[in-house]
Design a protein around this ligand. Structure first.
Ligand SMILES: [Zn+2]
Length: 399
């Protein structure tokens, strides 16, 4: 039987007051607000700012220490030290992934995130344990969040024989995207690395998401090769380069031709807007038509004690990093944490239009810019027209 409810008196993106009709969990109509009071299953938005849900485009839920007693950071500063230290820490953990990742995911959802791309470690030592746990977690949380999983070769692909076969198996089990990691810096054989991933992506018809920390000319050369492979294997619109610090290490005239190729091939760039290194130049890339989206990366794990899963805060960190003060600039930061993320993830069931899912967040803020700056704890998360979280807490009946 068809179910109908209304979300009344809300201001989509800070505009005029509207009522939203929801039928079977999807937007059926957007109309100017009426005097009709909210009744029954209706929700009274009380004039709050309404937006589409936040999008977490890059997280490592499987490795978080969320919910465990505080652990002091123990890694050295280099990438190989961070990877090695993490492996040591993971070996000592007794708390299951379902518990740690589940607690963090619930927290992210309560903050307003309803679309997540999660990288999941795959290698011969771990086998497919993390993949199995994350697939089960995705099923458990399906009523509350849409989740993509990436098979991530954290300890190398070419340098760690057996990993590629496990990644193929992971995709066969239900993982959506093939990951990669520094084809030069970690794997030392960029063409073999990219060939392995892109051949598998073509065979299994899936997307690609490559962690690229390599800097300077080397990193830029790798980005060119990733675009070459995207063209050769016809993965346009389905490739992401995560971090890509190198794009921030050269003047824009050097980057511009590369940006044009990224845009033309729908190769997206993910940033966590870290403070310690150059990052992709957000506004010029955005103006060049490149999808630049945001993610938390690791949260409260062996890589970093930082992060709180709030994508509104991630938008603020991006704006802070580039000194974006104007409302239109802050709005672009918000887009990177919402609409552009959904686009980069190829998730089409997202938008403020009739027929799209009635997934929203309400903020007690006048404008988007104010919401980013104040990051209010008081938010209402709506999924399929029903409230699933209030004030940073999932409702018990939500799942
Ligand atoms: Zn990552």
């Amino acid at each position: 039987m068809e179910t109908t409810c209304w979300i009344r008196r809300v201001r989509p993106y800070g505009g005029d007051m509207q009522d939203i009709k929801v039928v079977d969990g999807r937007i059926a109509a957007l109309t100017p607000a009426s005097d009709t009071p909210a009744s029954g299953a209706d929700l009274d938005g009380q004039g709050q700012l309404l937006t589409l849900p936040l999008v977490e485009s890059h997280i490592h839920l499987d490795k978080t220490l969320w919910g465990l007693p505080w652990r002091a950071h123990s890694a050295g500063p280099s990438l190989t030290e961070l990877i090695g230290n993490e492996r040591q820490v993971l070996r000592t953990l007794t708390s299951p992934i379902a518990e740690r990742a589940g607690a963090l995911l619930a927290h992210c959802i309560a903050k307003g995130t309803q679309l997540v791309r999660c990288h999941v470690d795959v290698d011969p030592e771990l086998g497919l344990r993390h993949v199995e746990a994350m697939l089960a977690l995705r099923t458990r949380f399906a009523p509350l969040v849409d989740m993509q999983l990436v098979a991530f070769p954290q300890t190398g692909l070419i340098t760690n024989p057996g990993t590629a076969a496990l990644m193929r198996e992971a995709v066969a089990m239900g993982v959506d995207v093939l990951g990669g990691l520094d084809p030069c810096g970690i794997d030392k054989d960029p063409i073999a690395h990219l060939t392995s991933i892109f051949e598998l992506a073509r065979d299994m018809d899936c997307g690609v998401d490559i962690h690229l920390h390599d800097g300077g000319e080397l990193g830029l050369w790798e980005i060119e090769r990733i675009i070459d492979f995207t063209e050769r294997y016809q993965r346009q619109g389905r490739v992401m380069i995560s971090h890509a610090f190198c794009l921030g290490m050269k003047p824009w005239p050097v980057i511009a031709p590369l940006a044009a190729r990224l845009a033309a091939n729908g190769v997206s760039i993910l940033s966590s807007a870290p403070a310690d290194i150059e990052i992709p130049p957000f506004l010029p890339l955005q103006q060049a038509g490149v999808n630049v989206c945001l993610g938390s990366d690791g949260i409260r794990d062996a890589w970093t004690p930082m992060g709180n899963g709030d994508m509104l805060e991630r938008a603020m960190l991006l704006a802070y990093r580039f000194d974006m003060r104007r409302d239109d600039e802050l709005q672009l930061a918000f887009e990177a944490a919402t609409r552009v993320g959904a686009k980069a993830l190829g998730h089409e069931d997202y938008g403020m239009a009739v027929g799209k899912p009635a997934h929203f967040v309400l903020f007690p803020s006048e404008t988007l810019a104010e919401a980013i700056v104040s990051r209010p704890l008081a938010r209402t998360v709506i999924r399929h027209g029903r409230v699933i979280a209030r004030d940073g807490q999932l409702l018990a009946e939500a799942g």
